[in-house]
Design a protein around this ligand. Structure first.
Ligand SMILES: NC(=O)c1ccc[n+]([C@@H]2O[C@H](COP(=O)([O-])OP(=O)(O)OC[C@H]3O[C@@H](n4cnc5c(N)ncnc54)[C@H](OP(=O)(O)O)[C@@H]3O)[C@@H](O)[C@H]2O)c1
Length: 314
């Protein structure tokens, strides 16, 4: 069924970084059938309630942007919860969507699923060719399970088009800026902001600053989702990488963010802390061959994200 302005589209995780960007984009484009439920209305770890919701609502499309997400410290402190929560949410939603006859669904995998020592840029067929980075292994395995579950449904049923996409590190409004649980970009922004406000002379950062990462604005991810929901000919035998095609070192990123925040103190690096994977750049040629490309550059994306953060942080 082609995507129409009155199609019912369930966005799970609409309050989060990626889900809020998708919901914002659908509303902006005049889609009137957006369906959302907060965690307090529908806990996606509760299989019975998820099945009942799909029986009652029967959405035409699903964007599954709910899950347990976090940076290195969170991944290392709560490996069991990352595995448990993500697997439960994915199993409940994918299973209920399949039973309710949903034909098209977007699932978010993660670049952590790729092997730690992966040839760069990482192409989709490199998945499962080696062991992922150990610090995020349980998260990576939970995301691999969801990704390959989508592909298995497509293969067995022949009617579903459950599309697993693999965005690289996302950022934007509604990101998690809690410095203990967040990803590197939002953590740096919050720490430099706090250091500027308190007048701190230096900020100490984890690791060497040498790992290279690729960052994609959540609005670009939302743009790709709408593009994929509208397209009927996208093949779904492999997941689709979703990146911007350029990376920066963590040191370069820190300097860029310090500039945006206007923090003028020193940046110091704690070499006793782990770096994580050395390099994570996606090969996004396949999604680009489907007619999509990103439009938000890192400098502009950081500036607008900082504006949002400064206006919303308590
Ligand atoms: N952020 C990235 O860099 C990135 C990169 C690649 C892939 N992804 C994937 O993209 C998806 C979205 O990530 P994100 O960064 O947008 O995450 P996020 O900002 O943490 O948002 C996750 C959303 O899921 C909801 N949620 C979590 N557990 C739930 C439950 N049991 N029942 C109902 N809702 C629940 C959260 O609700 P509350 O607001 O109530 O907590 C929140 O709205 C995840 O699957 C993640 O693995 C993220």
């Amino acid at each position: 069924m082609p995507l129409k302005k009155d199609s019912s589209i369930y966005v799970a995780g609409h309050a989060g970084l990626i889900g809020s960007a998708v919901a914002r984009r659908l509303e902006r484009d005049g889609y009137r059938g957006l369906v959302t439920r907060g965690r307090n209305q529908l806990d996606l770890q509760d299989g019975g309630r998820v099945a009942k919701f799909f029986d009652e609502v029967h959405p035409d499309y699903v964007v599954l942007a709910a899950g347990r997400v976090g940076g290195i410290i969170e991944n290392q402190t709560f490996p069991a919860d990352f595995m448990d929560e993500n697997i439960a949410i994915q199993l409940n939603v994918l299973k209920a969507a399949r039973k309710a006859g949903v034909r098209k669904l977007i699932f978010f995998g993660s670049s952590c699923m790729y092997p730690r020592e992966c040839p760069q840029p990482m192409a989709e067929d490199a998945l499962l060719s080696g062991k992922p980075e150990p610090t995020s292994l349980p998260y990576a395995i939970s995301k691999l399970a969801g990704t390959y579950m989508c592909l298995a449904y497509n293969k067995q049923d022949q009617v579903t088009r459950f599309i697993p996409v693999i965005p690289n590190s996302a950022y934007g409004p509604h990101d998690n800026f809690d410095t203990k649980s967040s990803h590197v970009l939002s953590a740096l922004m919050a720490r430099f902001h706090q250091a500027k406000v308190s007048g701190a002379e230096s900020v100490t950062l984890w690791g060497s600053g040498s790992p290279r990462r690729e960052f994609i604005h959540a609005d670009d991810i939302a743009d790709a989702c709408v593009h994929l929901l509208m397209q009927d000919n996208a093949e779904v035998e492999l997941p689709l990488n979703l990146g911007v095609g350029a990376d920066v070192s963590i040191k370069e990123l820190a300097e860029l963010i310090a500039g945006v925040v206007r923090y003028e103190g020193r940046l110091e690096w704690d070499l006793t802390k782990p770096d994580g994977a050395p390099h994570k750049l996606l090969d996004s040629a396949r999604i680009q061959s489907l007619g999509w490309k990103p439009s938000i550059g890192l400098a502009a994306g950081l500036a607008s994200t900082y504006q949002w953060y400064a206006a919303h942080q308590v």
